[in-house]
Design a binder for this molecule. Structure first.
Ligand code: 13P
Length: 248
């Protein structure tokens, strides 16, 4: 089975509810004919607006984080059942900004990934190495450790339900994209590592993220193991994001 292209817009802490509404109204006519999975990850506050406005379209909606418990005394947190009740489809987990600025750990991801699956949310698990790790030749070791830790409590049979986003930290928001060859080589390594864990690596969709724009999207996504993109900055503009969807 070919893997369906998957293009996701990670808005990070951008767009109010009214700005989100404006974006969706502008985007939908531009992607009306797409057969790809198109996913928007707005702030928690704009989830409902994006869901309601995009009903009947190709757009699916993801949260940018969640807590692993279903409920409890965790001030400021949001749980999987809260997202599911809104009709959220997916959730970004382990984004490097969560790891770097908010203390997200592999231990908590080992609980969040199965919690998302159990609730019926598609986890978009982000992994990636720092510039120091790449320069020191440690990229594969870092990625292997992240996969090992973050998927520790996931049955191998459920791994194909997870989307993996490979985002080298040095390429995020820097304008410095991994070359198509670097991204292909690293994503092929991730696929092999999943196979070695006994998971059906061939059916897992693996995205590239890090300074993806209309000008480099086609070349990146033409690589045999790159199934799509997780787009930050360029996903804030409906024309740019639609052009990236078209490039897949
Ligand atoms: P940029 O596309 O802005 O580099 O961000 C990538 C990213 O972090 C997507 O999750």
């Amino acid at each position: 089975m070919p893997r369906r292209p998957y293009i996701a817009a990670n808005w990070k802490m951008h767009k109010t509810v009214s700005e989100a509404a404006e974006f969706v109204d502008a985007l939908l006519p531009k992607i009306a004919a797409t057969q790809h999975d198109v996913v928007i990850c707005p702030s928690f506050l704009a989830l409902s607006e994006v869901i309601e406005r995009s009903r009947g379209s190709a757009v699916r909606v993801a949260a940018q984080n969640m807590h692993e418990e279903e409920s409890g005394a965790f001030t400021g947190e949001v749980s999987a059942p809260m997202l599911v009740e809104l009709d959220v489809d997916a959730v970004v987990l382990g984004h490097s900004e969560r790891r770097q600025y908010f203390g997200e750990t592999d231990d908590s991801l080992a609980r969040k990934v199965p919690a998302a699956l159990a609730a019926g949310l598609e986890p978009i698990l982000c992994i990636g190495e720092s510039e120091e790790a790449r320069d020191a030749g440690q990229t594969e070791g870092v990625l292997e450790r992240q996969l090992q830790a973050d998927l520790a409590k996931v049955e191998p049979g459920r791994v194909p339900e997870i989307v993996i986003a490979y985002e080298p930290i040095w390429a995020i928001g820097t304008g410095r994209t991994a070359t198509p060859e670097q991204a292909q080589e690293t994503i092929a390594f991730i696929r092999d590592a999943l196979r070695e864990r006994g998971a059906a690596g061939d059916s897992v969709r693996i995205l590239y993220g890090g300074s993806v724009k209309p000008s480099n999207a086609a070349e990146l996504m033409a690589q045999p193991d790159i199934d799509g993109a997780l787009v930050g900055g360029a996903s804030l503009d409906p024309d740019d994001f639609a052009a990236i969807v078209e490039a897949a």
